[in-house]
Design a protein around this ligand. Structure first.
Ligand code: F6R
Length: 634
């Protein structure tokens, strides 16, 4: 969480830093700030509460002039979001400034020691200790002072530091938080993420743990903590800057939903050649895969749901037992994995702290590890033994959509790959199923086209929900205290069975995170074991009921909900005749597809539905409260 950006060059830095921070805003957006080297002997800073646009507005009236600056967009960990706690932080004489992404775990002890030495702190953050330590060790060489400071720090960090006495110079360092640099002839940039660099250069260098970088107007050098020179490769990124812009859509989330057919087409074209599956970048050989006896998947949030869906596909096609855990559970429970286990870590960002820690735990236990990642050369992609990239392009909206379908497509292809290797799928079945998978992008496009045609009906139904919800609220608050039975929350239930159960979880997560409406995903068969007690005329129940081997069971479960007054929104296969008899609020159709690929279709209306509810409720769709895109703290 948090985004850092730095610029040293021959142009005015303020606009460039603001622009860079806007690209990183998805990483945290509760406050932001900038520090500028000027001709005076002090560093000038501006910090505001809230989004970058607040900082931009303040700077419009009070611009900072200079060609070297560092900036920060914050997701609060230590200290509430206030201008004082926002980064950059200055030393006591305002001659040094630091921005930081990560957590300094021993900050309290360091702070106490510094306070004893008479240092006055101006914020409640863990970060401020860094700048006071740099000041303590500064003897005219910023790089040396930073290097000495790093020896005192425990925890995670990507930091950038400037000094008023060393014009043009930015010193940066990294431990477990991402940091990438890019350079043109006369300019040097640093950022938490490549999306912020793309409009300046697509040649970037990923900084490794323990590296210290010194950059100065078009040049940079990397050393280790002892000062020994290190060389890191310059990589060419083929992401297109237009992918990181809204391109006429009202929100990134909607744009990313609509990008899905194109992304899946590209993945399938790249990976399926002559009827066989290829993962060119994979460093694990077929012989090594043949030794595995079981698979363990670890991931968080939406990536976990992709993994949970893939469990069904891997077990079906590759005939291998698959266990799955959320990363934060996996890492603390002494998981039983060994060298016969393939641990697959799924992560869009490749930086999620718990997933990274889980990967390290699996490696320490001798398991073979494979990362399914979107961000090139991210920490998880680099640390796993093998990597398969999802190539979904930059995902900017905090709520993940296109990364999910890309992960699921890649995992499905991997299941085919293992199935062929283990001979658990016949060539005939493989050919027939791949033919169907290849039609998936076209089928998703059909859902999206149908949505565009029926947008008014979708919106009307969502608006009706809003009215229902607010009527409930009014009833609740106008009732006398003793008549208030329970909270009037407009509860949403998402029900699915078998391979569509994880999609129920994903639909509920999408609604919770962007519309802030309580929503629960459940396996439909579990309703009778408790949750059916929630059913009266209030909850809206979204039922995933495409053609499947559990279709009839789902219909029975829906009947049980209807019998208790529950309202249903079924997602069915087009041409379904039975569902209308159950009098749904409205029905959403998806094209016919084999059950194993149905999640790639059924998830699309759920993404659109959450989007529309958040839109109707006027929420900040791309940047929901309390969240950040990359969860780089535990
Ligand atoms: C939900 C969402 C999160 C992420 C989770 C894992 O829409 O985006 O739940 O899926 O934080 O992030 P990655 O995939 O980057 O490891």
């Amino acid at each position: 969480m948090c985004g850092i950006f730095g610029y040293s060059g021959n142009k005015q830095a303020q606009g460039l830093v603001i622009q860079g921070l806007k690209h990183l805003e998805y990483r945290g957006y509760d406050s932001s700030g900038i520090a500028m080297q000027t001709h005076s002997h002090k560093i000038l800073i501006e910090k505001t509460h809230g989004k970058i646009k607040n900082l931009e507005a303040t700077l419009k009236n009070n611009p900072l002039s200079g060609t070297t600056a560092i900036g920060h967009t914050r997701w609060a960990t230590h200290g509430i979001p206030t201008p004082e706690n926002a980064h950059p932080h200055l030393n006591e004489s305002d001659e040094l400034a630091v921005v930081h992404n990560g957590i300094i775990e021993n900050y309290f002890e360091l702070k106490q020691a510094l306070q004893k030495q008479g240092v006055r702190f101006r914020s409640e953050t863990d970060t401020e200790v860094i700048v006071h330590l740099v000041a303590k060790y500064y003897k005219g060489n910023l790089e040396e002072a930073v290097r000495r400071t790093l020896k005192d720090l425990k925890g995670t960090y990507a930091i950038a530091v400037i000094s008023s006495s060393e014009p043009g110079k930015i010193v940066a360092a990294k431990m477990d938080s991402p940091l990438v640099i890019g350079s043109t002839k006369k300019e040097s940039y640093l950022a938490s993420d490549i999306s912020a660099l793309l409009e300046h250069t697509n040649h970037v260098t990923f900084i490794e743990n323990g590296d210290v970088v010194t950059m100065n107007q078009g040049s940079f050098s990397i050393t280790d903590i002892a000062g020994k020179k290190i060389s890191r490769p310059v990589m060419k990124i083929d992401w297109d800057i237009t992918q990181a812009k809204k391109g006429g859509y009202q929100h990134f989330m909607l744009k990313e939903i609509f990008e899905q057919p194109g992304i899946l087409t590209a993945i399938l074209k790249e990976r399926i050649r002559g009827g066989a599956i290829y993962f060119d970048e994979l460093k694990i050989t077929a012989a090594q895969f043949k030794k595995i006896k079981r698979i363990f998947i670890i991931a968080c949030g939406t990536a976990y749901h992709a993994g949970l869906t893939a469990k069904y596909i891997l077990e079906d096609l590759a005939g291998i037992p698959v266990s799955i855990d959320t990363s934060s559970e996996f890492r603390y429970r002494d998981p039983k994995v060994d060298k016969s286990t393939l641990v697959i870590v799924v992560s869009q960002s490749g930086e999620t702290a718990d997933t990274l820690a889980g990967l390290r735990e699996a490696k320490a236990k001798g398991a073979m590890t494979l990362a399914i990642c979107n961000v090139l050369a991210s920490s998880i992609a680099r640390e796993a033994k093998g990597v398969i990239y999802t190539h979904a392009g930059p995902e900017i909206a905090v709520a993940s959509t296109k990364a999910f379908t890309a992960q699921l497509t890649v995992l499905s292809l991997f299941a085919f790959y293992l199935g062929a290797l283990f001979k658990t799928i016949s060539p005939k079945k493989e050919k027939a199923l791949l033919k169907e998978l290849l039609l998936t992008p076209h089928r998703i496009q059909k859902i999206l086209d149908g949505y565009k045609k029926e947008e008014a009906t979708w919106k009307k139904n969502v608006h009706n929900f809003n009215i229902h919800y607010h009527t409930q609220l009014e009833k609740y608050f106008s009732a006398k205290n003793h008549e208030r039975k329970r909270s009037p929350n407009g509860l949403f239930l998402y029900l699915g069975r078998n391979i569509n159960y994880p999609i129920a979880l994903e639909g509920a997560l999408k609604l919770k995170e962007i519309a802030y409406i309580p929503a629960e995903g459940y396996p439909a068969g579990e309703m009778k074991h408790g949750p059916i007690a929630l059913i009266d005329e209030n909850p809206w129940v979204i039922c995933l009921v495409p053609e499947s081997k559990t279709y009839d069971k789902m219909i029975s479960n829906i009947q049980e909900i209807r019998a208790r007054g529950g309202r249903i929104i079924p997602i069915v296969t087009e041409g379904d005749k039975k569902i209308e008899r159950l009098n749904p609020v409205f029905t959403i159709e998806v094209p016919k597809t084999p059950e194993i690929f149905s999640p790639l279709l059924t998830v699309i209306p759920l993404q659109l539905f959450a989007y529309l509810v958040a839109l109707e409720f006027g929420e900040d769709i791309d940047q929901p409260r309390n969240l950040a895109k990359s969860v780089t703290v535990e």
